[in-house]
Design a protein around this ligand. Structure first.
Ligand code: NA7
Length: 538
């Protein structure tokens, strides 16, 4: 079964895919978006676990391209929770009449570039084959959940839940003995909520997290009105800000530390004052912690002292102190995380003192004892940045195999959006793009707009294909890597989804572009303005 040829096919109908569809339709292209999920929403469809929330303010974690959408949509909280973001994306899809060009429940399984036809053949699990001149992969950077490889997982008699594919109808944890594996953003958001519902919660922690306590509050009608009136200024400020969000957020806190005095020359009294005044956040606000591993470790010790002021049981407090450098994982914000460990119904199991041996029919068996459970929640992360595309058989020019290339040579893309050997394939937020360390929505808007301009240029100039050159891609990798090398993010103890260190066997390479969105935009615009150097056009 095959559908008529389209000018462009978009993989995914989340935040990126929806805007890309709108943009390309606006440019007069025939476009189809295919979405594996049962509905639109992407990340914000699947991650429905209790407590799921964005770490950027709603007013900034939203599309800036439509004044009408900005003015009509009503955000109810400073930082939006998952249901509200999902509803927002539905509102946008309806507003822009996007649904008629989206095929739901359709997963791309394979795609191959046909040089003679200067386009792609795209196969799906519904049996429908599409052909398109361009493919835009808007398949998400955190869209493939990572299930741990623990013996006995299938034999568990209770319920196994995954944060990245939470049941649509929810799950009643009342009265249950619940275990949570994983203390990244998902675990840290989930744990305080589960603790309030469950009879008992056991947290299985392999790596302790740095997490910043954060107040999320309702947006009053007057406040929202004022914010909406200030949208031009808000968007202008976002555009100039390295993380694409100028209001206080987890990333801006991180960035702000750069202008603080060094911890290495701070007296003991000054260090204590920092945590007296700002709690755990004060422990991390020092200008030298990103460039000096010793300084970072001093901050971690101070962070531990701040935790000990909140968590009453000294052994639990000590176990909650991270051992990896602050900054090498994405910063987390939380609501009442550390306080949760003061509850009578919460136990922390520090897996550094004895790893998980197996999942048994009745719970989790570790080297330090067995824990009886009714429910196990896996908050174990994602095969980030590359996972969605390496699960598709993608064959480029002359048989180039994307999965194999990324596996052998490491994840790479020119400008973080196109891969040598794969003509007419644009990837929104590929390795080497700002994505992971920025406001994702601001980052994706820049990609969508750049890709739209690029396709317009190709059509206007009678060019049928565009393909990244290997040497340009290599230079981009070197540039991207050079931004990270002087920092603690390159330290061998940094294992995170930023560098693939969280996925067994994944070739390790830092995948985010850390010079900020404005600098990134400047470089991309320069390429566009000068006839696309680094690409072959034909
Ligand atoms: P993360 O941040 O990758 O966290 C995953 C957590 O799961 C982390 O604590 C892992 O420990 C833990 N994990 C993974 N596998 C295991 C096994 N086998 N045993 C014990 N613990 C395990 O994913 P999140 O979903 O929380 O957040 C991802 C991003 O989504 C986040 O950065 C935001 O941008 C939104 P580890 O650290 O590997 O020792």
């Amino acid at each position: 079964m095959s559908e008529p040829r389209y000018d462009a096919l978009i993989i995914g109908a989340g935040f990126s895919g929806l805007y890309m569809l709108h943009k390309l339709r606006e440019l007069g292209l025939s476009v189809i978006a295919v979405e594996a999920g049962e509905n639109i929403g992407g990340t914000w469809l699947f991650n429905r676990y209790p407590g799921a929330r964005c770490d950027i303010e709603s007013i900034e974690y939203s599309y800036s391209f439509s004044e009408e959408i900005e003015q009509e949509w009503v955000w109810t909280e400073t930082m939006p929770a998952q249901p509200e973001i999902e509803a927002y994306l539905h509102f946008v899809a309806d507003k822009l009449d996007l649904r008629r060009d989206i095929r739901l429940n359709t997963r791309v399984t394979a795609m191959a570039f046909d040089a003679a036809d200067a386009g792609w053949r795209i196969d799906t699990d519904t049996g429908v084959r599409f052909t398109a001149s361009y493919v835009v992969a808007a398949s998400g950077i955190l869209s493939v959940p990572l299930e741990p490889d623990l013996p006995g997982m299938d034999a568990f008699d209770g319920a196994s839940l995954f944060t990245g594919s939470w049941p649509k109808a929810g799950y009643d944890l009342t009265g249950k003995r619940v275990g949570v594996i994983g203390t990244g953003s998902s675990g840290v958001q989930l744990i305080p909520v589960v603790a309030r519902e469950a009879a008992h919660l056991t947290v299985f922690q392999r790596s302790a997290a740095y997490t910043l306590p954060w107040e999320v509050r309702p947006l009053e009608a007057d406040e929202l009105k004022t914010l909406k009136a200030s949208y031009p200024e808000i968007r202008a400020a976002q555009r100039e800000h390295p993380v694409g969000a100028a209001r206080l957020n987890a990333f801006s806190v991180l960035l702000d530390t750069l202008s603080q005095p060094p911890i290495k020359s701070a007296s003991r009294a000054e260090q204590l004052r920092a945590i007296d005044e700002h709690g755990v956040m004060g422990a991390l606000a020092w200008g030298d912690i990103f460039f000096d591993i010793e300084a970072n470790r001093m901050a971690a010790r101070l962070y531990g002292e701040a935790i000990a002021r909140i968590v009453k049981d000294p052994a639990t407090a000590a176990a909650l102190v991270p051992t990896h450098p602050f900054g090498c994982k994405r910063p987390i914000i939380d609501q009442g995380y550390y306080e949760t460990f003061n509850r009578d119904n919460v136990t922390l199991v520090d897996l550094r003192a004895g790893a998980i041996r197996a999942i048994t029919p009745t719970g989790i068996s570790t080297e330090q004892g067995d824990y009886g459970l009714d429910v196990i929640i896996y908050a174990t992360g994602f095969d980030a940045m590359t996972g969605a595309l390496t699960r598709i058989d993608i064959t480029g020019r002359d048989g180039a195999d994307l999965r194999q290339i990324w596996q052998d040579e490491g994840p790479a893309a020119y400008l973080g959006l196109a891969v040598a050997g794969f003509p007419n394939l644009f990837i929104i937020q590929a390795p080497g793009s700002p994505s992971a360390t920025t406001n994702f929505v601001a980052a994706l808007e820049q990609h969508v707009e750049w890709i739209g301009d690029c396709i317009t240029y190709l059509r206007a100039n009678g060019q049928r294909t565009i393909e990244a050159r290997p040497e340009a891609q290599q230079e981009w990798i070197e540039h991207t890597t050079s931004l990270v090398e002087p920092t603690v993010l390159a330290h061998p103890s940094c294992n995170s989804w930023y560098n693939g260190g969280n996925v067994p066997g994944k070739k390790r390479r830092y995948m985010a572009y850390n010079a900020g969105i404005p600098e990134y935009r400047r470089r991309c615009d320069e390429v566009a303005a000068t006839g696309y150097p680094g690409f072959d056009l034909a």
